[in-house]
Each structure stands twice: as structure tokens, then as C-alpha cells.
Design a protein around this ligand. Sequence first.
Ligand code: CA
Ligand code: CA
Ligand code: CA
Ligand code: CA
Length: 336
Amino acid sequence: MGANYSIMANFTRVYGLTVTRAGVGSGSVSSSPAGISCGADCSESYNTGTTVTLTATATVDSIFMGWSGACAGAACTVTMTADKTAVATFAPNQPDLVETSVSDPPAAAAPGSAFSVTDSVLNQGGVSVASTTTRYYLSLDAAKDGADRLLSGTRGVPTLAASATSSGSRTVTIPSATPLGTYFLLACADDLSQRAERNETNNCRASATTIQVTRPDLLETSVSAPPATVVRGTSFSVTDTVLNQGGLASGASTTRHYLSANSVKDGNDRLVGSRSIPALAVAATSTGTVSVTVPSNMALGPYYLIACADNTTTVTESNETNNCLASDTTVRVTAP
Ligand SMILES: [Ca+2]
Ligand SMILES: [Ca+2]
Ligand SMILES: [Ca+2]
Ligand SMILES: [Ca+2]
């Protein structure tokens, strides 16, 4: 082999074109030159410099909303100078309202109290929808059903174009009759069913966190032992502690002290003193000492000392029957 040979090769660069379909409508995308027929085949490699036109076709129940990614707007022609992805968005040919966000409720609140809700409604359909009303519920689970508690306070949502969102805040009030418990907050778009939509079952959204509908609960956790004997008409000191073991702070209250022939508070017991209790935060206590006076006409004999929290029934509590505590020992009332 005395001759020289030269070898030439042409390397042609190729780039990938990928089509992605977005939105809750449906449709297909084809390409020219051929190679893409999406959903079945959504990507193709083309020689560098190739100009590719993509055509989106909505199904009969949908609307093509436009291109994004490598293209924008209604038409898509790309020149393959790099790997590219074009996104075709299809929407239903009807409105479809969904709640895309709802704020979390307070961790705890009493029946009858109010709080603020912020939510967003999206029309993910391909056509506009006239004004609607969003309503709010407390629900034991994250789904709306007939057992849920409708909150007062609604939000009017204006006409929404395709892909438009309305956000707003409202003050809502928990119905006074709501049973104590743990609830999700639901926001439900078009809750009065004023507008026909592609999907009527996706209109509600639950909060991420729950609200405990609860009340304060005051009770006596200690009451001092009375003296072994006391002369009627005279006084002795009582120290007691009130605890708020409920889920909400309580307002100010009054503890009263009684002498009782048995360890249970009833209508026969004699009022001997009282103590003012300040507002108590959750888990807070109040301890204090007051002087109580045995009535001069008190029948002689042994008595329990009973302290009763919120004995003027100023505070509405989750449990109104646990407020009294009797001393372990009795005091004998004697004559002067
Ligand atoms: Ca809907
Ligand atoms: Ca509807
Ligand atoms: Ca109580
Ligand atoms: Ca009470």
C-alpha cells in the first residue's frame, strides 16, 4: 500500500424536542416534520437547525389554552438549536372552580367566637364563570358532608375568566351550638351551586391544621384542711388553688367556700367566704388565702370545707360539674 487515503466523516448534531401537556382539559399534539404524536409519542430528535411546527388539537370537551415553555401563545414553531420542551395547556370547555388555598384556623376557639379566613378560588376551566359565593365549614374530616357546621360569613367571588383566581378574607363565626371537638376548616367554591361546572365535586379545600372548638375548664386542685374545731361566729383561714385545665383562657371568676355536712356540694351547704380569681390562661393556676366566717347560727357538728371554682357561673366551661373540692378532714363547729 503505497497510496495515501483520506477518510472524511460528517457528524450531524441532533437535539431533542419534548412536548408536555398541562391543564385539566385534554388534547393531542402533532409535529411537522413528523415524529411527535403526543400523548402516544411526546418526544423526537431533530437535526440541528431543523424548524419544527407543533400543532395542538383539543378534544371535543376541551379547549386549547396556549403554549408555554419553548413557545408562547397560540402557535408553536421552534428551530432546533438546543434541547427544547414545549408545554401545551388544555382546559375543559366549561368552568371549573377549585379552592387553591385556605388559611389555617386558630388552634383553639370557643363556640360563638369569630376568626378570619383567607382563601383563593381558581377557575381552571377554559371559559369564564359568572359570580359565585364561597362558604366555609367546620368538618370533623377533610371532606365536606352533611354533618359539617356551616360558619356564618361568606365571600362573594366575582366573574372569573379562564385561569383567573380570586383571593380574599372574611371573618367567620363558629355557631354557638357547635359540639366541642377538633375540626378542619373547609372553604367551598360556588357553595350555593349557582354555576354548572365540569367538576362539581372538587370545590372544597380543607385547612392543613385543625381547630379545637373548646372552652375553659376551671376546677379546684387543692383546699387547705380546716382547723379541728371552730367556734361559730368566728373566722379561720382557707387556702385554695384554682386550675384552668381547659383548652382556652378563662375570664375572671369567683371561688366560694362552704361548710357542708358531707363532702358533696349541695343546696344545704352554708356559704362562709369567697375569693376573686383573675383571668387564667390555659394551664394557669391561682392560689390564695382568705378568711372565712362561720355563721353564728350554724348548727353544731362536723363539717367539710368545700371550695367551688366559678361559683357565680360567670365562665362557660367545657365541664361545669367538676368545680368543687372538699377538704379531707372536717371541722367541728362548737358553741362559744
Ligand atoms: Ca369545580
Ligand atoms: Ca357549581
Ligand atoms: Ca369546671
Ligand atoms: Ca362555670
